[in-house]
Design a protein around this ligand. Structure first.
Ligand code: BG6
Ligand code: MG
Length: 225
């Protein structure tokens, strides 16, 4: 076996593109329509959290109770506002280093998967012209359990035909880092170390990441195992 074979699985929101601002604006509009406010600090806590769980957290912060049917309606309303915003996204919203790293991985023949909680990943990838980089896409439409459950990354590795120990996950959310650890994969945390406990490596964005560095990371991690 070639021990330098690696595969990469990317979270979408906050790693490849900056959509948090749109989630924030749409959730804030919803909270305000229900008579309470929603802060940027609260929005931070929703990173990597799926749509219905995010709504539950927001209603809880606002002290508002809704039936299951009402929650479905509210989530649909928020999503319609969010989709209006992301429909206007352009390549300029791809985060620093993303295009360079995806291109370098592609050039080296390294398989690439998406591992996202979002049910809107198809539209975002299309608007930002990233779709063609991916050999497999696993998003909120394809999983039954959300991060920190490892399902999204395990499915991604299976679709790539890669062993978990050969996979590197890129994540900006603590729940995503935990999911990658549970999947027994290497994980590069994107953001601040204090917010991403357990990550093998931390980077502020993808611009400092090299293919050689990733191969070394997998080798080192296997050496320690
Ligand atoms: C994650 C975001 O990627 O996707 C969360 O970090 C978001 O904030 C989740 O709630 C679900 O997104 P969507 O597009 O399916 O509502
Ligand atoms: Mg994210």
């Amino acid at each position: 076996m070639n021990d330098t074979t690696i595969a990469c699985i990317f979270d979408l929101d906050g790693v490849l593109v900056d959509t948090a601002v749109y989630h924030y604006q749409a959730w804030k509009k919803l909270a305000n329509s229900l008579g309470f406010d929603f802060t940027e600090a609260q929005n931070e806590q929703l990173k990597g959290v799926n749509r219905m769980r995010s709504l539950d957290m927001i209603l809880n912060w606002g002290g508002v109770e809704k039936t299951a049917a009402e929650k479905e309606e509210l989530a649909t309303l928020k999503n319609s506002w969010y989709v209006d915003m992301i429909s206007k996204m352009t390549v300029s919203e791809v985060l620093p280093g993303s295009l360079q790293l995806l291109t370098a991985l592609h050039t080296h023949g390294i398989k690439i998967a998406l591992g996202s909680a979002s049910k809107n990943s198809g539209l975002i990838l299309e608007r930002t012209q990233l779709t063609h980089f991916f050999d497999a896409i696993v998003d909120g439409n394809a999983v039954t359990s959300s991060k920190p459950d490892p399902e999204v990354f395990i499915k991604g590795a299976e679709l790539l035909g890669a062993a978990p120990a050969d996979c590197i996950v890129f994540e900006d959310a603590a729940a995503g880092v935990q999911a990658a650890i549970a999947a027994k994969m290497a994980v590069v945390g994107i953001g601040e170390a204090v917010n991403l406990p357990g990550a093998d490596q931390i980077s502020k964005d993808l611009s400092a990441i090299s293919v050689d560095g990733l191969i070394q990371l997998v080798k080192d991690k296997k050496g320690k195992a």
